[in-house]
Write a protein that binds this ligand. Structure first.
Ligand code: CAA
Length: 258
């Protein structure tokens, strides 16, 4: 499928989706988010794909929602179109694991998109922020919700109210990103993580993803029950027998998603 604002490459079970609006710091307009939603749905359906990477350029993962597209919108237009609601849901309903590889600016909707992925690997030049307050608005894709759950109230308030940027080191300390790597090695390190995930049983990987995400939606006791039931259910798979047999036989497991 030919896209105009993203580039999709599939190699060795990993689909890499590169945001590609270089003249606008990868600002997220409706067209790009529509294409991203389609590409994610395609990757989810494609049996060859076992892990997905979303990335941007060396300068910008994405500098936010497209301010030029939004500037003339009225309340009624935003409300009736449920601006970016459908696209946000399309991204977070992707079942396969998604890694955000972030270099440069991840601001506003860009930071929010990275947080919709399953984890973030940051280049040492990455800068995260929710500067919407400087535009007389506020975040609309998770900047007050996911960010607060990830880094806690105090830092989330600081980011949202001052609009300041957080560098990669602070983002790792705060728990927003899983690891920081030298900018030049960002794609290599992210691909290596994606390839590791691609080797696992897709059934276990999807179950892990659903279970971690459930932690954000429910109480501890309900979450633990959900986790335990999924854990039990995995004993109905051939991959459980294979994984445990491979351990006993001191060989690498060959998972077949059954
Ligand atoms: N929307 C539209 N265009 C954008 C953009 C955005 N969010 N961010 C950058 N651009 C465009 C600039 O307008 C500029 O285009 P022109 O050359 O046509 O003028 C081009 O990208 C390069 O940008 P700069 O010249 O500004 O580059 P810089 O290096 O001086 O600064 C920056 C980079 C700090 C990222 C700066 O561009 C910036 O502050 N961008 C806006 C960040 C922002 O406010 N994001 C929040 C958006 S609102 C939102 O996301 C709502 C939500 O939660 C859903």
């Amino acid at each position: 499928m030919a896209y105009e604002t993203i580039i999709v490459e599939i190699e060795d079970h990993v689909a890499t989706i590169k945001l590609n609006r270089p003249d606008a710091m990868n600002a997220l307009n409706s067209h790009l988010l529509g294409e991203l939603s389609e590409a994610l749905a395609e990757a989810d359906k494609n049996d060859k794909v076992r892990c997905i990477i979303i990335t941007g350029s060396a300068k910008a993962f994405a500098a936010g929602a497209d301010i030029k597209e939004m500037s003339e919108k009225s309340y009624v237009e935003m409300f009736l179109s449920d601006f970016f609601g459908r696209e946000g849901n399309a991204i977070t309903s992707t079942r396969k694991p998604i890694i955000a590889a972030v270099a440069g600016y991840a601001l506003g909707g860009g930071c929010e998109l990275a947080m919709m992925c399953d984890f973030i690997i940051a280049a040492d030049n990455a800068k995260f922020g929710q500067p919407e307050i400087n535009l007389g608005v506020m975040p609309g894709l998770g900047g007050t919700q996911r960010l607060t759950r990830f880094i806690g109230k105090s830092k989330a308030m600081d980011m949202n109210l001052t609009g300041r940027f957080m560098d990669a080191e602070e983002a790792e300390r705060a728990g927003l990103v899983s690891r920081v790597v030298p900018a030049k090695q960002l794609m290599e390190e992210t691909r290596s993580a994606a390839e590791k995930i691609a080797e696992k049983s897709m059934i276990s990987a999807i179950a892990c993803k659903e279970s971690v995400n459930r932690a954000y939606e429910t109480t501890l006791s309900e979450g633990l029950l959900f986790e335990r039931r999924l854990f039990h259910a995995l004993f109905a798979t051939d991959d459980q027998s294979e994984g445990m047999a491979a351990f006993a036989e001191k060989r690498t497991a060959q998972f077949r998603d059954r």
